[in-house]
Design a protein around this ligand. Structure first.
Ligand code: ADP
Ligand code: MG
Length: 226
């Protein structure tokens, strides 16, 4: 799908924000996606709108300072400039992925600035009841934008940290789809193995065709070209 998709992305490119609870895998996913998009011939960059210090591993910017993530990672400007800067930093015919800090109870203003700057929002969600309850505030924020007539990006939900031997992934996906939400087919499994996702921060992400991260890249491309 490499060449086709590239030609379908508009000259101004597309922007995708990743929101969700701290620890749901946002930064790790973006680290992989930069490599997978590049491998498909798509120019990709990232903007890091995370507030420093609220997660174990550090930020996407810090990761990009120790290894080549296959695309540039820019720190976010102040929120009043975020939307313009994001547009300028989006590669032509390419993708800008925006990482955000933990979405705790209610969104901060930076989160709203990010939502106003993107075409697509990916909510990363571990499939447990507790996480599902917390996700309500993200969904409410998007409803609020729609209600006040503000720019409201489309939302898709990516199940992350999925225990592939448990039924919770299917149950959560069914419940969300019944509620009218779009749940991506691709699920990112929890992987704590020595060469797994849990260990990749600070290293070059392995780019494997057909892997969950590769499929996620394909699904997101399909979402933003349509
Ligand atoms: N699929 C996964 N399986 C297991 N551990 C993961 C996975 N994705 C990320 N991690 C680990 O979980 C922690 C949170 O991931 P991170 O990407 O920083 O989440 P976020 O950016 O949403 O806070 C990190 O220690 C990371 O290495
Ligand atoms: Mg993060």
């Amino acid at each position: 799908m490499t060449t086709d998709t590239t030609t379908q992305l508009p000259p101004e490119g597309r922007r995708i924000a990743f929101v969700g609870k701290g620890g749901s895998g946002k930064s790790t996913i973006i680290g992989f996606l930069l490599g997978h998009f590049a491998a498909k011939g798509i120019d990709a960059a990232a903007m890091d709108a995370d507030e420093p210090g609220d997660e174990e591993n550090g930020s996407l910017v810090e990761w990009s300072e120790v290894v080549d993530l296959a695309g540039p990672v820019y720190p976010a400007p102040s929120r009043s400039h975020l939307r313009d800067r994001a547009a300028k930093l989006t590669p032509a015919h390419g993708i800008l992925a925006i990482d955000t800090g933990a979405w705790i109870r209610k969104a901060g203003n930076t989160h709203y600035a990010v939502l106003s700057a993107v075409d697509l929002v990916v909510l990363t969600l571990a499939p447990t009841r507790m996480e599902l309850n917390r996700a309500g505030s993200v969904l409410a924020a998007l409803d609020h934008l729609a209600d006040v007539g503000a720019h409201c990006p489309r939302l898709v939900i990516a199940l992350t940290m999925v225990n592939t031997s448990a039924a919770s992934g299917d149950e959560t996906a069914d419940a969300l789809r019944d509620g009218g939400y779009t749940v991506l087919d691709t699920r990112i499994p929890r992987s704590d193995a020595r060469d797994g996702y849990a260990q990749v921060f600070g290293r070059v992400p392995p780019i494997v065709t057909g892997s969950p991260m590769d499929k996620l890249a394909d699904e997101l491309l399909a979402e933003v070209v349509r």
